[in-house]
Design a binder for this molecule. Structure first.
Ligand SMILES: Nc1ncnc2c1ncn2[C@@H]1O[C@H](COP(=O)(O)OP(=O)(O)O)[C@@H](O)[C@H]1O
Ligand SMILES: [Mg+2]
Length: 137
């Protein structure tokens, strides 16, 4: 879909969130400022989470609880698979809740086959194109 504003992207996140079930892993891909965290806010809202969603860049993972637990990871500062394993990251790939991962490219080989990929690209006019795919292409 094409999103013309942050609030449209948030709405798209809410719609996706309604379809998520325990155990789902969502990869949020797109350049810096594309709208990954905005979409994550929409997903969190749909899970009944009222806390502010901030980008967990410095903490790597933020945990919230709503109708399901929500784990929000931002791997921007992660070096790769080894660091992810040593922080015990695998538990977030097979979660007892729902996991959202920004910059999942860092651990691409470790992502489960049924990962839901959300690709956000910024067009020249500033609008966002949001593409959602269940599982690997
Ligand atoms: N259509 C849109 N969808 C999402 N964000 C948008 C859109 N248009 C403008 N923005 C702005 O772009 C920024 C996206 O920030 P953020 O979600 O933190 O990006 P990311 O997490 O991908 O780095 C916000 O400041 C938001 O207001
Ligand atoms: Mg972000």
């Amino acid at each position: 879909m094409r999103s013309l504003s942050a609030s449209e992207t948030e709405t798209e996140g809410r719609k996706l969130g309604e379809s998520l079930r325990k155990g789902d892993v969502v990869s949020l891909r797109g350049s810096l400022g594309a709208g990954k965290t905005v979409l994550a806010k929409g997903i969190a809202e749909s899970l009944g989470i009222t806390e502010a969603i901030v980008s967990p860049t410095f903490t790597i993972v933020q945990e919230y609880s709503g109708r399901e637990k929500l784990y929000h990871l931002d791997l921007y500062r992660l070096s790769g698979d080894d660091e992810f394993e040593s922080m015990g990251g695998e538990e977030f790939l097979y979660p007892d809740g729902i996991t959202l991962i920004e910059w999942s490219e860092k651990i691409d080989d470790m992502l489960p086959d049924n990962t839901i990929f959300v690709d956000i690209t910024i067009s020249d006019d500033g609008s966002r194109n949001i593409d959602i795919t269940r599982g690997r292409r």
